[in-house]
Design a protein around this ligand. Structure first.
Ligand SMILES: Cc1cc2nc3c(=O)[nH]c(=O)nc-3n(C[C@H](O)[C@H](O)[C@H](O)COP(=O)(O)O)c2cc1C
Length: 230
């Protein structure tokens, strides 16, 4: 696929593209943000929270954006970005539409992979986990804290379904403004998922591509830790 695209672009453009990719390859990052040992403890969720805080303080753009990959009924993995809204001792919470593609995939196959990448910190966190819906009250509380526009949007968007036109969506919003003149209740199909980690890998860039990779794996409710080759 990639090859076909490159072959069909005009040769002058192709040369520029080749040069651009070559520069990218030669842009050897120094990966000098410190050793992973500097931050290591025995509790991965504490380290997680420390790294998230570092990302917020750096500051990096969208520090709580993570990609969530699910396995669909068609056996294809699918990834998309969502916001991490709560980091609990038990795991990672994000909110979405339970009827969306990711919602359906997670309900049918409650395992997921989450990935954070903070380029400015040369860090990546990879999380394998088991997923469950958060308690209704937790979704209610979070929904109530959202701006009215987002609350109406959660009703209006039949997330992941085909949409014939933008007008259709906007008409739905107009109807909802009348239907909910004051408080907007949480739609029953909208709420949080908790990703309970079973394996977490912390990746810290290091010089000469000899990066640190430390994996925490949960067995019998306790974490064991090992290193992986970069
Ligand atoms: C930065 C960013 C943050 C996002 N946050 C969320 C989110 O918290 N919840 C959500 O449902 N979709 C979020 N989205 C949209 C999703 O990436 C995705 O398009 C949508 O959830 C539909 O995914 P699905 O069809 O695979 O279920 C976000 C997108 C971006 C780019």
């Amino acid at each position: 696929m990639m090859k076909t695209v490159l072959l069909t672009i005009a040769s002058e453009k192709k040369n520029k593209m080749d040069e651009f990719l070559r520069q990218l390859r030669n842009d050897h990052r120094q990966f000098d943000q410190g050793k992973l040992e500097d931050h290591l403890g025995r509790e991965p969720m504490k380290l997680f929270s420390q790294w998230l805080q570092d990302a917020v303080e750096k500051p990096v753009s969208e520090p709580n954006a993570m990609s969530i990959s699910t396995l669909g009924a068609d056996d294809f993995p699918q990834s998309r970005v969502v916001y991490l809204k709560e980091l609990l001792e038990e795991g990672l919470v994000f909110y979405t539409n339970y009827n969306s593609d990711k919602g359906k995939a997670l309900i049918a196959h409650p395992k997921a992979h989450a990935l954070f990448f903070w380029p400015d910190l040369e860090r990546q966190i990879s999380v394998f986990g088991v997923v469950e819906k958060v308690p209704e009250q937790m979704s209610d509380d979070y929904f109530a804290s959202r701006p009215r526009g987002s609350q109406l949007g959660a009703w209006a968007s039949h997330q992941s379904d085909r949409l014939e036109s933008r007008d259709e969506l906007e008409e739905r919003i107009e109807e909802l403004i009348e239907r909910f003149p004051e408080k907007v209740p949480r739609p029953p199909h909208w709420g949080g998922f908790l990703l309970r980690p079973v394996k977490i890998e912390f990746w810290q860039g290091r010089p000469s591509r000899l990066h640190d990779r430390i994996v925490f794996e949960k067995t019998n409710d306790s974490w064991t830790l090992y290193r992986k080759n970069p």
